[in-house]
Design a protein around this ligand. Structure first.
Ligand SMILES: O=C(O)c1ccccc1NCC(=O)[C@H](O)[C@H](O)COP(=O)(O)O
Length: 268
C-alpha cells in the first residue's frame, strides 16, 4: 500500500463517522445556505507571485512541524503578508488538522481558503463549502476512473474553485483535458515522499498559458520562488517553510514580491 493509499484509507474511516453523525442531505442544506465562495483566480493571475500559505502542523514526510494552537492567528499573519489564499490542512491522522481549523480561520480572515485534504467523495466537498472554503483540492492520482471528472463537476457546481494536483505527464494531460483552470504540480512524490524540484519545470510546459500554474511543495524561500517564477509559475503553495520560519508575515511578503512571467507572456 502506498502512503497515499494509506492516507486515503484513514480519511475514509474518519469520513464514515462524520457521515453517520450528519446525513448528506442535511449537510447539503447547510452548505447551500452559506455565502457563495470567493473567486481566488484574479489574485492568482497577478504580476507578482501569488502565494498560497498553508496551515500545517505535521506531515508524513517530516513528522511534527509546529504546534499552531490557534490557526486563525497564523492565518492573520499570512493575510497581512498578502497571501492570495490560505490552505488549511484538514486531514487529522497524518497532518493534525481538522474542519474546526478551517472554521476558525474563516471566522478571522477574508482571504480565499483552500480545504487541503484527500477528497474522494461529494460529502467532503459539501463539508468544505459548509465550513467556509472557497477552493478544494482534487489529487488526480487519488481519483481513479471517472471520479475526477465527477467530483470536479460537483465542486464547481458548488461554486468552489478546484486545485487539480498532478505529479506526472499523464496526470497533467488529464487535468488539462478536464478543463481545470487551476493546476498544481506537486513536486513531492506521494509514493516516496521525496521532493524533486525539477518536476515543476518538466510538467509546466504541458499546461497551457490560459490556466493558472501552481508550484507545490519543498519551497524553502525566495530563491525557490524565483526559480519557479522563471519556469512559469503563477502561484507557489508553501507550508513547512512558513510554519517553522518564525516570521510568516514577512516571509509571505518577500515571496509575493517576486515577479512572475505573466505580464511578459500576456504582452507577447
Ligand atoms: O507533506 C507531506 O509530507 C505530504 C505527504 C503525503 C501527501 C501530502 C503531503 N503534503 C501535502 C502537500 O501538498 C503539502 O503540504 C504542500 O504542498 C506544502 O508543502 P511544503 O511546503 O513542502 O510543506
Amino acid at each position: 500500500m502506498s502512503v497515499l493509499d494509506d492516507i486515503v484509507a484513514g480519511v475514509r474511516e474518519d469520513l464514515a463517522v462524520r457521515e453517520a453523525e450528519l446525513p448528506e442531505s442535511a449537510l447539503r442544506e447547510r452548505a447551500l445556505a452559506t455565502p457563495r465562495p470567493r473567486d481566488p483566480v484574479p489574485a492568482f493571475r497577478s504580476p507578482e507571485m501569488a502565494v498560497i500559505a498553508e496551515v500545517k502542523r505535521r506531515s508524513p514526510s517530516k513528522g511534527h512541524l509546529a504546534e499552531i494552537p490557534d490557526p486563525s492567528v497564523l492565518a492573520s499573519s499570512y493575510a497581512a503578508g498578502g497571501a492570495a489564499a490560505i490552505s488549511v490542512l484538514t486531514e487529522q491522522r497524518r497532518f493534525g488538522g481538522s474542519l474546526a481549523d478551517l472554521r476558525a480561520v474563516r471566522a478571522m480572515v477574508e482571504t480565499p481558503l483552500l480545504r487541503k485534504d484527500f477528497v474522494v467523495t461529494e460529502y467532503q466537498l459539501l463539508e468544505a463549502r459548509e465550513a467556509g472554503a472557497d477552493l478544494a483540492l482534487l489529487i488526480v492520482s487519488a481519483l481513479p476512473g471517472d471520479e475526477l471528472d465527477r467530483l470536479y463537476a460537483v465542486a464547481t457546481d458548488l461554486g468552489l474553485t478546484v486545485l487539480v494536483e498532478v505529479h506526472d505527464e499523464a496526470e497533467t494531460e488529464r487535468a488539462v483535458a478536464l478543463g481545470a483552470e487551476v493546476i498544481g504540480v506537486n513536486s513531492r512524490n506521494l509514493k516516496t515522499l521525496e521532493v524533486h524540484p525539477e518536476t515543476f519545470g518538466r510538467l509546466a510546459s504541458g499546461i497551457p498559458r490560459d490556466r493558472v500554474r501552481v508550484a507545490e511543495s519543498g519551497i524553502t524561500g525566495v530563491a525557490d520562488v524565483e526559480r519557479y517564477a522563471a519556469e512559469g509559475a503563477d502561484v507557489c503553495l508553501v507550508g513547512e517553510a512558513l510554519v517553522i520560519g518564525g516570521e510568516p508575515e514577512a516571509a509571505v511578503r518577500a515571496m509575493r514580491a517576486v515577479r512572475t512571467r505573466h505580464e511578459e507572456e500576456v504582452s507577447r
